[in-house]
Design a protein around this ligand. Structure first.
Ligand code: SF4
Length: 119
């Protein structure tokens, strides 16, 4: 199976839920230490430019680990863009709630998700 891609949605950078997260430390850990194709940051995937970005990015058959808010919110907000890209959120995305975690806790959650995809 190909490696997943990691997308971090950081809620504009202003959300108190991410105040303890050292963003670049997490991103560099994921891209250097985990089996992902790449790691990237988007400021706000749930608004229009986020939809456009997902429509550009998503390809059928690829897997996306998405760090951000509640997985149910992610499903609600990203499913349509995945569909318009010819993909399917439920089978391709692994949404992770990384709010209110330390950097180490967030890194561990991403690690488990990436490893889980490897089976
Ligand atoms: S998708 Fe979630 S984490 Fe990302 S900007 Fe929207 S509310 Fe914030």
């Amino acid at each position: 199976m190909p490696n997943p891609k990691f997308l971090m949605c950081i809620c504009t950078g202003e959300c108190p839920g991410f105040k303890n997260l050292e963003l670049w430390k997490l991103i560099n850990y994921v891209r250097n230490q985990l089996e992902v194709d790449y790691a990237l940051v988007h400021p706000q995937l749930c608004v229009e430019d986020g939809d456009r970005f997902l429509r550009d990015l998503v390809k059928p058959g690829e897997k996306y680990v998405i760090g951000g808010c509640d997985p149910r919110m992610q499903k609600k907000m990203f499913s349509q863009a995945f569909k318009e890209a010819g993909g399917d959120f439920d089978s391709q995305a692994v949404p992770l709630d990384l709010r209110n975690l330390s950097t180490e806790e967030a890194a561990e959650r991403v690690k488990k998700a990436v490893q889980g995809l490897k089976g």
